[in-house]
Design a binder for this molecule. Structure first.
Ligand SMILES: Nc1nc2c(ncn2[C@@H]2O[C@H](COP(=O)(O)OP(=O)(O)O)[C@@H](O)[C@H]2O)c(=O)[nH]1
Ligand SMILES: [Mg+2]
Length: 156
């Protein structure tokens, strides 16, 4: 077992030592037609072990043809009300474009990938610009709504 900057390593198991956290974090999540993955996403965010009063969660939506915006709005209210998160908002990004279709279609058609990726990066950039203009954060973390599982100590 060794100790590297307060973190104990034993084989592949990592145990974080208790720390008095002070840094504020904003989680940025672009969403479009993400209705189906939002519930799992909410559960995972709620389960984060980092102090919720230091975490803000901003969703950046545009162009959904399902109930993504309304659902994200409910989640943002729940995060504040029941999860004691510092802040949570759903931002209307006003950015049309991107590639629509099934996961398979969007991810596999080679000719679309450069355009699809550059659109997504522009979306992420607009979201971070909004966040930095509307709050003061020590750390920024992008997590996509379709990441089905992440460790509860991800932010720590
Ligand atoms: N606002 C916005 N979000 C998008 C758009 N396309 C995808 N997203 C969201 O961005 C995240 C990543 O999209 P995804 O298609 O899974 O991309 P990939 O996994 O990086 O190939 C997900 O949370 C999507 O809901 C878009 O055009 N606008
Ligand atoms: Mg994805």
């Amino acid at each position: 077992m060794c100790n590297i900057r307060g973190t104990h390593y034993l084989g592949y198991a990592v145990t974080l030592t208790e720390t008095n956290y002070t840094q504020t974090v904003v989680i940025l999540t672009p969403i479009r037609n993400a209705e189906k993955s939002l519930e799992t996403f909410q559960t995972q965010i709620m389960n984060l072990s980092y102090p919720h009063n230091l975490i803000s969660v901003f969703f950046g939506e545009y162009g959904s043809t399902d109930k993504t915006f309304a659902k994200a709005l409910n989640i943002s209210q729940d995060l504040k009300r029941f999860g004691s998160f510092r802040d949570s908002r759903v931002i209307n990004l006003q950015m049309s474009g991107g590639i629509y279709g099934s996961d398979d279609f969007r991810h596999k058609v080679l000719g679309y990938q450069k355009y699809r990726r550059s659109h997504l990066e522009a979306v992420r950039n607009r979201l971070v610009r909004y966040a930095l203009q509307n709050g003061a954060f020590d750390q920024v973390l992008w997590i996509d709504s379709d990441v089905e599982e992440f460790p509860t100590d991800l932010v720590r």
